[in-house]
Design a protein around this ligand. Structure first.
Ligand code: FEO
Length: 400
């Protein structure tokens, strides 16, 4: 089996030696419908250098791909751009096997790796802007703190104008193709946006700063090689522009109605709210939690400007599936939303107030008082829901 894993050439001196995870469907709460890849790269410079490694269970696949182009023991340097275990899980064993001359990481990365693993070898910290000679090639390091861990950094291969961007510009997409220009662009658009919404979104202000910082360096990029998904080698400005757009979080004329229901009363309210939002001129995405996952909700929210949230009351609280989704959304810090809450109840009815409290914490601008109804909504209640939807749409359209 190991002889069937081959490296894929990226440039004259750079090879993809990562692993493809066709199976993974849950990435700590983010549903990865199309699996993922853990990308590692080998630079065949005078100093043979491995950029990142792979998740622990995929080490043999990576080693086999390396061995298809060079004896792994010839690796001189290993650079860890990101300490998260999907890229470092096999690092300790690789170090023991390969015995590299040096291992490099950012200053925080060097500490983080030692906190995660037993690694006897010294890890050499590198500074933002520092360059490392590989003999006939040069790597320059760029700290990207909190994108998306404190240790994260980029490595730039000067002569090839190739950016090893760790998680940034990546996506969870297992495919037999290694380059973005070989893939279906609609799938890439969807998976890149889903990845941004589920992982990078809370750090959007830092993304904007980083784009400015990198622009100021005057560096140009021919290739962006992320740690997940395909490699960008054509029209790479496209993915950078998308990051700038997503990071700006400028709302569009779109509403997300996310709701849970027990006996369809809250669902009826959601439908009426959705009709009102559409009548107000918005594209509306209805998201019943019976059939959608939290990752899908944040994907839809990425370019939305309105968020309506509905839940009945169960045992004095919102339904647990709504608490799950709201906790997830709140952590991802979406901005520039108008919103409202709604829901039915049997006897106590705390859910709407609970939802409103979360929306207030998220700084969602309130489009109107939340609507509660005892048992089943009548026509008057549904008209109120419709009107609240319309009001929300008008508020949003006034901001576009
Ligand atoms: Fe793909 Fe943050 O690890």
């Amino acid at each position: 089996m190991k002889d069937s894993f081959k490296a894929v050439q990226v440039t004259e001196d750079v090879w993809w030696v990562g692993a493809i995870d066709w199976n993974i469907r849950d990435f700590h709460g983010y549903t990865t419908k199309r699996g993922s890849t853990y990308n590692a790269y080998l630079i065949l410079a005078d100093k043979v250098t491995l950029i990142d490694t792979v998740k622990a269970g995929f080490r043999m696949e990576m080693m086999a791909r390396i061995a298809s182009v060079i004896d792994p023991e010839k690796i001189d340097y290993i650079v860890s751009n990101h300490s998260e275990m999907d890229h470092s899980g096999s690092l300790p064993e690789v170090i023991r096997t390969v015995k590299p001359e040096k291992v490099f990481a950012s200053a925080i990365g060097a500490k983080t790796l030692k906190e995660h693993f037993t690694i006897d070898q010294e890890i050499t910290p590198v500074k933002d802007g520092e360059s490392l000679s590989l003999g006939n090639r040069t790597l320059t390091f760029m700290e990207t703190r909190m994108l998306h861990w404190p240790d994260s950094m980029f490595s730039y291969l000067n002569e090839e104008q190739l950016l090893f961007s760790q998680d940034a510009f990546g996506m969870h997409y297992a495919s037999s193709e290694r380059f973005a220009d070989e893939c279906n662009p609609a799938i890439l658009d969807y998976e890149a946006a889903t990845y941004y919404a589920n992982i990078i979104l809370p750090y959007s202000p830092l993304v904007l700063k980083l784009i400015d910082k990198v622009t100021a360096t005057g560096l140009s990029f021919k290739i962006i090689a992320p740690d997940h998904g395909p490699i960008w080698r054509k029209e790479i400005g496209g993915i950078i522009e998308k990051y700038a757009k997503w990071a700006a979080q400028k709302p569009e004329a779109k509403a997300v109605v996310v709701f849970a229901t027990m006996w369809h009363s809250t669902e009826k309210m959601a439908r009426a709210m959705g009709e009102g939002l559409a009548a107000g001129g918005l594209h509306v995405k209805m998201m019943p939690l019976e059939v959608v996952h939290r990752s899908d909700v944040v994907y839809e929210l990425l370019n939305a400007g309105a968020l309506a949230v509905g839940s009945p009351t169960l045992n004095n609280h919102m339904l647990p599936q709504m608490a799950d989704v709201l906790t997830y959304i709140k952590g991802l810090k979406p901005k520039n939303l108008v919103g409202a809450a709604f829901g039915s109840y049997g006897w106590s009815g705390e859910a709407v107030k609970e939802i409103e409290d979360v929306l207030a914490e998220m700084k969602v601008e309130k489009a109107g008082e939340g609507i509660r109804v005892k048992n089943v909504p009548d026509d008057a209640v549904l008209k109120n829901c419709y009107e609240l939807g319309k009001t929300m749409a008008e508020m949003l359209r006034g901001k576009l």
